[in-house]
Design a protein around this ligand. Structure first.
Ligand code: AMP
Length: 371
């Protein structure tokens, strides 16, 4: 007989691994639905602890602290994918961990992730594994230049990445990253970057938001525009690919899948849009922040609904969207942003505005021209 997972009802406690802004916004959404949250984070100061009832500051390897954390909650989720898989496994033996350990493990190693996407028939950039200078030189000779070297683990916002151009000294590029176990990818000549934010429920139900278009500056997301400038068939294919991925992972929660859109010559000689998956994040995603103000159900509420076994909410978009990240000192402009009564400002309560640090975001619904 199939086992039916019980619903985790409002009033229960949700454990969140990681105390950053995503954990903070998840905890706020959980509170709106009547749940309590317990944040587990190795750093003593963090955005999420300010808005949650319980906070544990301990290492991800501290089994006594993890055991106590698991005992205090009904379900566990995570707000970033670099939680060690061993930590998630330890917790999964005690409480449901959603999304599951497999989703976490598949997304935290770029080689495993790319091979998994390929095994599902989802297109990716051409890639090869790299272990040393010799294999890097051979891979670059095969893929051509420019190529992008990426460390297999712990890369985000362009960290642990370097471009190998015509004339670059391959060995020097590898040294600059500290010789990590890596992959090298052929550079995709994309016209746009896009993402799908979607959720899969405990019962296998699936709901996606409209395709988002993402603009990066210095490898960090600067703006999200929705709907993306793309043919409706392209958007539908991206959503279908996300569904294939989520089903294959028996995924539960919100997933973010990043795509490159390229223009290729079709059989009839006309240029047509093609998609290639860059990577996926087994969590709520920066390019889905607009859903707080611009969709019927925010991605944060959707994630809480999914991991608690509640029905998914509607993903209807409420207008044309522009979401701008506030990076570093851009957040100092909060007063002028609030001068526009339609601007929806979200600040993460981080003390120090370091360069490249995500301090907040602002969403405009039917407000700003989407250039
Ligand atoms: P990632 O950390 O893999 O998301 O990469 C960060 C950014 O680098 C992406 O959003 C792209 O702008 C760029 N990038 C990464 N991989 C490639 C690629 N294979 N071809 C072209 N641009 C890439």
């Amino acid at each position: 007989m199939t086992k039916i997972d019980p619903v985790i009802a409002p009033g229960a406690s949700i454990g969140i691994l990681g105390g950053g802004q995503l954990g903070r916004m998840l905890a706020m959404a959980a509170a709106s639905l009547g749940y309590k949250c317990h944040i587990y984070e190795p750093q003593s100061e963090c955005p999420a602890k300010e808005v949650a009832g319980r906070f544990t500051c301990a290492a991800f390897e501290d089994e006594a602290a993890l055991d106590a954390f698991a005992k205090s909650v009904d379900v566990i989720t995570y707000e970033f994918e670099n939680v060690p898989a061993a930590t998630a496994q330890f917790l999964a033996a005690r409480r449901p961990v959603r999304p599951g350990v497999e989703s976490l493990a598949a997304s935290q190693d770029r080689l495993v992730e790319k091979r998994f996407l390929q095994s599902l028939g989802l297109p990716t950039a051409p890639f090869l594994p790299v272990e040393d200078g010799g294999s890097l030189a051979r891979a670059v000779a095969q893929l051509g230049r420019p190529a992008i070297l990426k460390s297999r683990r712990n890369g985000y916002d362009g960290k642990g990445q370097a471009t190998i151009r015509e004339g670059s000294d391959v060995g020097a590029v590898f040294r600059s990253l500290g010789f990590p176990s890596s992959i090298v990818e052929g550079k995709v000549n994309f016209v746009r970057e896009a993402s799908v934010i979607a959720a899969r429920g405990l019962d296998g139900s699936f709901a996606a938001y409209d395709l988002c278009e993402n603009r990066h500056e210095n490898h960090i997301l600067a703006k999200t525009i929705v709907p993306a400038q793309a043919a409706p068939e392209t958007a539908a294919r991206a959503i279908e690919m996300t569904r294939v991925l989520a089903d294959a992972l028996s995924y539960v929660g919100v997933i973010g899948v990043e795509f490159f859109i390229t223009l290729e010559k079709g059989r009839d000689g006309q240029m047509e849009e093609q998609l290639c998956v860059n990577e996926f994040a087994p969590r709520v995603h920066n390019s889905g922040h607009w859903t707080q103000d611009g969709a019927t159900t925010s991605q944060f509420e959707q994630h809480i609904r999914a991991i608690c076994g509640l029905p998914l909410g509607a993903t209807t978009r409420l207008g044309d969207i522009l979401m701008e990240n506030l990076i570093g000192h851009e957040a100092d402009g909060w007063a002028s942003i609030l001068g526009n009564p339609e601007a929806r400002l979200h600040l993460y309560g981080k003390g120090e505005a370091r360069a490249g640090r995500k301090m907040g975001h602002v969403t405009y619904v039917n407000q700003k021209p989407c250039a």
